[in-house]
Write a protein that binds this ligand. Structure first.
Ligand SMILES: Nc1nc2c(ncn2[C@@H]2O[C@H](COP(=O)(O)OP(=O)(O)OP(=O)(O)O)[C@@H](O)[C@H]2O)c(=O)[nH]1
Ligand SMILES: [Mg+2]
Length: 307
């Protein structure tokens, strides 16, 4: 009689103990992280996508450490500058370049920053090929890999560099599932990768910020918590009433305790929509906080320097 096979636990359990601390860490990310390490070996340089609104939480300290160890050049791309405060983005750019990084401000959707990025890549190209020459190797187009959190705009940026929609891009985080090479004749070979979420995200506030930038699901934490954290940041930055003028009539304690209830009241959501009243208020709040009309930088250089 055939022996009954014991079912293997197919869950993608993260092997790193620090990964385990994040129960929301999606399974496919673990595989993607392993693949990314493999792809690094093939890459001459890396484009690291940061969200200009949250350059602290969207930065990959551990990936940068690996790149430094391997002496692989990388460019920090402050993407989605159209959604961030321009003065804060400029401060981030000078802060990061003062630290010796290559930095580019980018709007991958509309192409702002593509010129400076191309000049930087030309320079990297020359450096890569002079190193190859020293080793007696023939010159070739540099292999550039893009890495960054889900939804940071990796595929959109590469499409811009290619000049065509060769990479699948869109609003849903986790859209790119596997690595994909595309050759731009006589210029580069580009490698798109799935979003990698390194476990450097520390605490609820950072997670709430990542929910606001669509790097993680909006309901990564209880909605009320995400709303509380975001409203508190707006308040601290002196911008709360600009976004929600109706809060002028409320005490701080009211909206801190039950922000979504207050919002359903001021916005008049009672039983509309699929999400229920507070769910609708939450969706509207997050849409309001990621609109080009009122750019917002969630994480500032000042904040970094204070901590
Ligand atoms: N406003 C704005 N939106 C952008 C920018 N770059 C990308 N996006 C949008 O961000 C969303 C995600 O873009 P993708 O290029 O699919 O992101 P990705 O990093 O490849 O995402 P995954 O493959 O899921 O890891 C899409 O809706 C893009 O249109 C930008 O500079 N500004
Ligand atoms: Mg993608």
């Amino acid at each position: 009689m055939a022996r009954k096979k014991t079912k293997k636990n197919k869950k993608n359990t993260p092997s790193n103990p620090s990964d385990r601390a994040f129960s929301w860490y999606p399974g496919h990310m673990v595989k993607a992280k392993r693949e990314l390490e493999e792809n690094l070996k093939l890459s001459d340089a890396v484009l690291l996508m940061l969200d200009a609104r949250a350059p602290i939480s969207t930065r990959h300290a551990d990936l940068e450490a690996i790149l430094n160890q391997r002496s692989t050049p990388f460019v920090l791309i402050l993407n989605k500058v159209d959604l961030a405060e321009p003065e804060e983005t400029a401060r981030w750019r000078s802060h990061l370049s003062d630290q010796g990084h290559y930095v580019v401000e980018m709007n991958s959707l509309h192409g702002r920053g593509a010129g400076p990025l191309t000049s930087l890549l030309d320079k990297i190209n020359k450096d890569v090929n002079s190193k190859r020459k020293l080793k007696g190797l023939l010159p070739r187009e540099p292999r550039l890999m893009v890495a960054g959190l889900p939804n940071s705009g990796k595929s959109t940026l590469l499409n811009r560099l290619v000049g065509k929609n060769r990479f699948k891009a869109g609003k849903k985080p986790g859209l790119t599932r596997g690595a994909q090479w595309v050759k731009v004749a006589n210029q580069y070979q580009l490698l798109d990768t799935p979003g990698i979420l390194y476990p450097r995200i520390e605490g609820e506030v950072a997670l709430s910020v990542l929910a606001a930038t669509s790097s993680v699901k909006r309901d990564v934490l209880p909605k009320e918590k995400v709303a509380q954290n975001l409203l508190r940041i707006l308040h601290e930055r002196g911008r709360l009433l600009e976004f929600i003028p109706q809060f002028e009539e409320f005490e701080e304690d009211d909206w801190i305790d039950e922000p979504l209830l207050i919002l359903t009241e001021v916005w008049g959501f009672f039983s509309r929509g699929d999400y229920g009243p507070t769910g609708s208020a939450f969706e509207r709040l997050l849409n309001l906080l990621s609109s080009k009309k009122r750019p917002i930088t969630w994480e500032t250089v000042d904040q970094l320097e204070e901590s």
